[in-house]
Design a protein around this ligand. Structure first.
Ligand code: ASP
Length: 353
């Protein structure tokens, strides 16, 4: 384990900036833990996109499928998902299967020894003795980060992938979103210079936060935060963008921004975080993508959604070629394959295939 962990305590570690934490998530210069979007740079993002496209090509033939399955045969992963999830859980499980990794799972802390009073840290530490990889979804912000820190401290070389940590981050969703944007704008100058509207519950939507952090890696992008005033983006992220010189604008009128964007990223209201049903008092319908907006959305623009959706995007829109949320789902599985392969240093084998 990298010596850099020596002599730093959790409190000091927490005070570091995301970019400063990067070295703790890396091992011998390669990606190890996947915890937060601030740890990724442009070179890494470009490589992930390139490798994902290569893997998809490899997986088209039987020989390629067997090659991919041989890459991490004998490895074991623990999917520790103690917050509701189906698509991300299955996406990771499929990604592991593609690479020949066997999975075990915990979906409910109530069935583990946590019910006997064990701390979650001890529970996860126990799992780390059985597996080579931990993929973790947790309702608490920063929990995956804490586990990665702990495993580093005890020098147990098991990588942790954050598959969603409370309202805070969902870095693998952001990576798949970047891959989707990258593919969609392949013939239109790439992601640089694009205008992206984030719509809905930006206060509690972790996918938007993680993607906004990643977008600082692209030149000349402009972000529009379209949300009811009560659910606008948090100050911490806005100051980060200011500091990184990423242009952004806040508004509460969706219709006005649609004609001038390259991508619209819709999100559902995250009412599971309500303290006293406060979401019910918000008229969220003003943040739905209405069918008539298709006429004012530029012809090469795209409509994204991390899913699950409620009424933010009516199903009639699914048929429009600019609606690419189902493609995002599929891209997610392949990006996760790439990420896991890179963590285990199989990127070179894939490149050479
Ligand atoms: N699936 C995404 C997440 O886990 C988006 C959502 O739940 O609204 O954050």
């Amino acid at each position: 384990m990298a010596d850099v962990m020596k002599g730093i305590d959790w409190k000091t570690f927490q005070q570091l900036r995301g970019s400063e934490k990067k070295e703790y998530f890396t091992r011998d210069g390669s990606i190890f833990h996947v915890i937060m979007s601030q740890q990724f740079d442009r070179q890494f993002l470009d490589e992930i996109c390139e490798l994902t496209t290569k893997i998809r090509g490899i997986a088209k033939g039987n020989k390629g499928v067997s090659f991919l399955q041989s890459l991490l045969q004998g490895k074991r992963a623990m999917l520790y998902f103690v917050q509701p999830s189906t698509r991300t859980f299955l996406s990771f499980m499929a990604a592991c299967q593609i690479l020949g990794i066997q999975c075990s799972e915990v979906r409910d802390a109530a069935t583990s020894s946590e019910m006997k009073g064990e701390s979650q840290e001890d529970t996860v530490r126990t799992f780390s003795s059985y597996v080579d990889l931990i993929v973790m979804r947790h309702p608490q912000s920063g929990f995956a980060e804490r586990i990665a820190f702990l495993l580093n401290q005890i020098r147990r070389p098991v990588p942790v992938i954050n598959a969603g940590s409370g309202k805070d981050q969902h870095p693998t969703q952001a990576l798949l979103d970047i891959y989707t944007l990258h593919r969609s704008f392949d013939n239109y100058g790439g992601i640089d210079g694009k205008r992206i509207a984030f719509v809905g519950d930006l206060l509690r939507g972790r996918t938007v936060r993680s993607l906004a952090y990643l977008l600082r890696n692209y030149r000349g992008v402009k972000l529009y935060f379209v949300a009811p005033p009560e659910l606008q983006m948090e100050e911490d992220l806005k100051s980060y963008l200011k500091e990184q010189k990423v242009a952004f604008e806040e508004t509460n009128t969706l219709e006005e921004v649609i004609p001038s964007v390259d991508a619209v990223y819709m999100t559902r209201i995250q009412d599971e975080y309500d303290k006293a049903g406060e979401s019910k008092r918000i008229d969220y319908s003003a943040y739905y993508f209405k069918k008539e907006y298709l006429k004012i959305l530029p012809p090469n623009a795209i409509i994204m959604h991390p899913l699950p959706r409620r009424d933010e995007i009516p199903v009639e829109i699914d048929g429009d070629k600019r609606a690419i949320y189902w493609r995002q789902v599929r891209n997610g599985m392949w990006v996760r394959v790439t990420l896991i392969a890179a963590i285990f240093r199989k990127d070179k084998d894939i490149k050479e295939y």
